[in-house]
Design a protein around this ligand. Structure first.
Ligand code: BES
Ligand code: MN
Ligand code: ZN
Length: 493
């Protein structure tokens, strides 16, 4: 979907066909275009604004079908809210307007964004785009285009400045779509090698992409990651994506590391059938890392960012890893596999160790749909954050707050680490029912060094059961915006 920008021209407002959107402030003041529409509509908008039905809250929108005095099929009056817009609320406003528009018939919608500065218009446009995403490639026939056929045009005073600002906000939308597409794809379409192929396509945006297959991973010694895929007919892959955008190519990079389990049955420790189809999203961490790489490449971020994803499928089979098996990780540490369903941490153990050994990052953040326990602890509103570094944890929390993505820090500590002691090996991969998300994080910490590291458990936020301003039901793309801002605020000069 593309969004067009045009110079604000309210002389033709009454002649515009399709859907017309005009803005009103929290104080009830109509925008210039709003006042023009109001004049054409013989004062109907002003009456609406003055009535008790319209509170002019942020994103509140009222629809006027087939308004008298106008060629439009409908006019939507949307409120910017009581508090002054900032980039985040401007983006959310776009999302709320997009939701109100619903299915868009030709010839489309014209949004009059007069009165907003260029940066906010660019955010509003991205917000509309983010909210209008739908994963509809498997809906054939009349449902094929669930969004409708019309286009979106935004009328603004300074088209050039808005277009320039939109390069950045659109990069975030496109990167987020990449994540959502990957998360939404079923496991018969998205498996480790097809996932890797989609990542190779990032080369066209200037990302250096290398794919390692099982032979190479065996030679390197990733026995922990590889044990997860032994029951699968699909070859496991590790993909490294490099965006070296800093002026100084030798500057220590930021490393984003993702769990990419394209399907998780649990393996021999098989999951119950109910809801197992949702485990196509168990590559959510790798999905966010992929979306971040696309975002930073599209906006040509002046930062060195390296993404590492471990792509495997966890299936039961005669060759699959058994409970009780002991594997040797890349770090040399041995792991007793108590439960083959705790596979994500086995994947991350090797790629975290690999990322820190190979790239000596200034900071490492891994993302994973790691535990059901984090949903018990935090529900679907906050991801779980774990870190060995208070500064890094603060930077991540600040970025998430600014992007309106929920995150909450949970503790690490020796008492929790004691729960994953193994009598036979160096460590075991589960710590029992108590503090399940924390013991998973403790397990990961066994494979990282002392440099700043954070783990984000996104099991509860990767799929959304309900619509939010910036996404509908399904894959949310949670984390792309937070990590993109984290890079912007901490790695770009
Ligand atoms: N992928 C799951 C975690 C998960 C659960 C993600 C629900 C999204 C929604 C992970 O591989 C898993 O199975 N974890 C187990 C760990 C347990 C065996 C210690 C879990 O959470 O039950
Ligand atoms: Mn599992
Ligand atoms: Zn899993």
């Amino acid at each position: 979907m593309t969004i067009a920008f045009t110079t604000a021209d309210t002389t033709s407002l009454a002649q515009t066909e399709g859907t017309v959107v005009v803005l009103v402030g929290g104080d009830g003041a109509l925008s210039g275009a709003g006042a023009d529409a109001d004049a054409a509509m013989d004062g109907a908008l002003q009456r609406a604004v003055s009535s008790s039905r319209f509170k002019a809250k942020h994103g509140e929108a009222m629809e006027f079908p087939f308004p008298a005095g106008m060629k439009a099929d409908r006019l939507i009056l949307a409120a910017t809210g009581k508090t002054k817009l900032d980039p985040t609320t401007a983006r959310q406003l776009g999302g709320k307007i997009a939701a109100k528009i619903g299915k868009l018939e030709a010839p489309g919608v014209t949004v009059h964004a007069d009165g907003l500065d260029a940066a906010h218009v660019a955010e509003l446009a991205a917000g509309m785009k983010l909210r209008r995403y739908a994963f509809s490639r498997y809906k054939t026939g009349n449902d094929a285009d669930t969004l409708g056929k019309g286009g979106i045009t935004i009328a603004t005073a300074d088209v050039d400045a808005v277009k320039a600002a939109f390069t950045d906000t659109d990069a975030l939308a496109e990167g987020t779509f990449f994540t959502r597409d990957l998360v939404s794809e079923p496991a018969n379409v998205l498996f480790p090698s097809s996932f890797a192929e989609r990542l190779e396509a990032l080369k066209e945006h200037g990302v250096e992409v290398t794919v390692m297959g099982e032979k190479e991973l065996e030679e390197i010694g990733m026995g922990s990651l590889l044990c997860v895929g032994l029951g699968s007919a699909q070859e496991s892959k590790v993909v490294v994506m490099k965006w070296m955008g800093a002026d100084d190519a030798s500057e220590a990079p930021f490393c984003a590391v993702g769990k990419g389990v394209t399907f998780d049955t649990g393996g021999i420790s098989i999951k119950p059938a109910g809801g197992m189809e949702e485990m196509t999203m168990d590559m959510g961490g790798a999905g966010v890392v992929s979306g971040l790489m696309k975002t930073v490449a599209l906006r040509k971020a002046k930062a060195n960012v390296i993404g590492v994803v471990g792509l495997v499928e966890n299936m039961p089979d005669g060759l699959a890893t058994r409970p009780g098996d002991i594997v040797t990780s890349l770090s040399g540490k041995t792991i007793e596999v108590i439960n083959t369903d705790a596979e994500g941490r086995l994947v991350l153990a090797d790629i975290l160790f690999y990322a820190q050994r190979e790239f000596k990052p200034a900071a490492t953040i891994n993302l994973a749909t790691l535990t059901g326990a984090v949903i018990i602890a935090l529900g679907n509103t906050n991801a779980g954050l774990f870190s060995n570094d208070d500064t890094l944890a603060g930077q991540i929390a600040d970025a998430a707050k600014a992007e309106s993505e929920g995150i909450w820090r949970l503790p690490l500590g020796k008492e929790y680490d004691d729960l994953i002691k193994s009598s036979l090996a160096d460590v075991k991969n589960t710590g029992g029912r108590a503090a399940g998300s924390i013991t998973a994080a403790q397990f990961l910490q066994r494979f990282v060094d002392d440099s700043p590291w954070a783990h984000i458990d996104i099991a509860g936020v990767t799929l959304s059961k309900e619509s939010k301003p910036l996404h509908g039901k399904g894959a949310s793309g949670w984390g792309v915006a937070t990590l993109n801002r984290f890079v912007k605020d901490n790695f770009e000069k």
